[in-house]
Design a protein around this ligand. Structure first.
Ligand SMILES: Cc1cc2nc3c(=O)[nH]c(=O)nc-3n(C[C@H](O)[C@H](O)[C@H](O)COP(=O)(O)OP(=O)(O)OC[C@H]3O[C@@H](n4cnc5c(N)ncnc54)[C@H](O)[C@@H]3O)c2cc1C
Length: 502
């Protein structure tokens, strides 16, 4: 196996102050080669940065003790990275020469409560996996409302980005469904924050790329959980029908029949059609892709139901599909449990794990694109770059969201239009074969720049301060001021390379 890049900015000095090993903590601080090696890797398998030590905390107090030490007495420049599952793809949860905090070693219960003002909610640790939040809340017939496609991610990790998926058009991203958090700031203070209390910290942390504090508890909004879903896919041979129908579906008003989830993806020759489709369906779809020049678009739509709504769900689906312009005979329907649907990527993960294809490089590019430029993006990127290069492996997701479900006071950045799309190039490659994918990613970004398509990166990765300033745009000043307020020594999440870049 050939490895990959160490960041050019990472110069190791092993300069940990000896007092750090004398801190009164219940957990462990390790510097053995195995722990250091594990903390120098992530899901991307592209960047490697070696920390000087790794902390396995046993309590929130342990984390706070370490952060306070670094802020109060630590040597200048010592950095700390909270590490969820390191499902980042560009070293964002690493800390070159610093200390990586393995958040998932913490164990805290999921507490479900109800209040008149908030309804049902769950208090969960920042280290909690969303799959465990789902399992615990389902015991009471409840569930969070906004999901990522994959549930083996931590609450702290997704709230540091946004947490997007097919429910976001309706409920907003996961960061729009948090009532309150406990956060250990870069100054070592443990602060409870919400829209009402310490709002500056609350909004900073949501989508804040780990720059302002370590989330140790989040209060997540819950609703009644459905038990089953109608899982629909429709195929399109032209982009304008595909995007018109997606935007129509996400514009449904509450009170009407509203879908519960809308996503979309591109089907190309290289696309592995998943087990959703029968062998007979696959045999029909492949020629459609060929006839259409190698590219077909697919909308994925979900309608939830339970015992009470079982008798009306078919009518709801019929209403939702009415007037849509998919290719006749290319609409598919499956019935699945709510959990089977939400946990679908884990099923794919197990399959890839068994083939040794999960822990490979992931040169991903995730973009937010304004709706008004998607037709240009379709021609310029999907047809003239992706199809022509013919190297795509892994899903290419395309679906719209409503900007009014995002709160502009949060750190998270969107494209500047009422409706914008997420376009996710979720490539995987061989260990010494990720560079052509990155070259294609660069080509996509260059095309957008040359054609004045004002994209924003989601799960962004830049290496220069100027790029970060451009990424945050009008939010950059606030972002910098908040950094000074909550992490003035630039201690936290150095792997994002924002305040430690040139
Ligand atoms: C297979 C797969 C599918 C995915 N699907 C989606 C999707 O559908 N939608 C979506 O939005 N994202 C998706 N992601 C991306 C995911 O949201 C990010 O990888 C995210 O970083 C969460 O991963 P993590 O919990 O492992 O966090 P890490 O990668 O461990 O951390 C991410 C960043 O957050 C910081 N951080 C971690 N924990 C905390 C904490 N408690 N407090 C403060 N900062 C913290 C880290 O220092 C780092 O900077 C997917 C990723 C994978 C691998």
């Amino acid at each position: 196996m050939t490895f990959v890049l160490a960041s050019p900015l990472c110069v190791k000095s092993n300069h940990l102050p000896p007092q750090v090993f004398e801190l009164s903590i219940a957990g462990e601080l390790r510097s053995d080669p195995e722990s250091i090696d594990a903390a120098s890797r992530d899901y991307g398998n592209i960047v490697r940065e070696f920390p000087s030590a790794v902390m396995d905390p046993l309590s929130v107090r342990d984390v706070r003790t370490l952060v306070s030490f670094v802020y109060g007495n630590g040597s200048v420049g010592l950095t700390l990275a909270a590490r969820g599952r390191a499902h980042s793809v560009r070293g964002q949860a690493m800390a070159c020469d610093g200390i990586v905090i393995n958040m998932t070693r913490l164990v805290t219960p999921v507490n479900v409560s109800w209040s008149r003002s908030l309804g049902h909610y769950a208090d969960v640790g920042g280290q909690e996996l969303w799959i465990d939040v789902l399992k615990e809340t389902l015991r009471l017939g409840l569930s969070p409302v906004s999901w990522t496609d994959y549930l083996y991610l931590t609450v702290g990790g997704t709230l540091s980005n946004a947490g997007i998926g097919g429910q976001a058009f309706r409920y907003g991203p996961q960061i729009s469904n948090v009532h309150e958090m406990d956060v250990i700031t870069g100054k070592g203070e443990l602060v409870t924050c919400s829209k009402e209390d310490n709002p500056e910290l609350f909004y900073a942390v949501l989508g804040g790329l780990g720059q302002f504090g370590i989330i140790t508890r989040a209060r997540i909004a819950l609703d009644r959980a459905p038990t089953r879903v109608k899982w629909i896919r429709m195929l399109y041979t032209n982009f304008s029908d595909f995007s018109r129908d997606q935007e129509h579906l996400i514009s449904s008003q509450e009170g009407m029949t509203v879908p519960d989830y809308v996503e979309g993806l591109l089907l190309m020759h290289e696309t592995q059609l998943d087990d959703y489709y029968s062998a007979a369906d696959r045999a029909r779809i492949m020629p459609l892709i060929t006839e259409n020049g190698g590219l077909v678009y697919s909308i994925e739509l979900i309608k939830y139901y339970n015992e009470r709504t079982k008798s009306s769900v078919d009518l709801d689906v019929k209403i939702l599909l009415e007037g849509l312009n998919y290719v006749p005979e290319f609409a598919f329907e499956r019935d699945a449990s709510y959990v089977e649907f939400l946990d679908r990527v884990h099923t794919a993960e197990l399959e890839l794990q068994s083939q040794g294809l999960w822990n490979v490089p992931h040169p991903w590019l995730n973009l937010f694109v304004p709706s008004s430029r998607m037709a240009d993006f379709d021609v310029g990127v999907f047809k003239n770059i992706v199809l022509k290069n013919n190297i795509t492996t892994g899903p290419l997701l395309v679906y719209p969201m409503n900007r009014n479900k995002w709160n502009d006071q949060m750190s998270a950045v969107t494209a500047d239009e009422d409706v914008f799309y997420t376009v996710a190039f979720l490539h995987s490659s061989g260990f010494d074969q990720w560079q052509p994918f990155d070259a294609q990613n660069e080509e996509v970004i260059r095309f957008c720049k040359d054609n004045n398509i004002k994209i924003k990166q989601y799960l962004p990765h830049y290496t220069s301060r100027a790029h970060w300033a451009n990424h945050f745009g009008s939010k950059w000043d606030t972002f910098r001021k908040r950094k000074l307020m909550f992490d003035p020594k630039n201690t936290l999440s150095p792997g994002q390379r924002i305040f430690n870049s040139q």
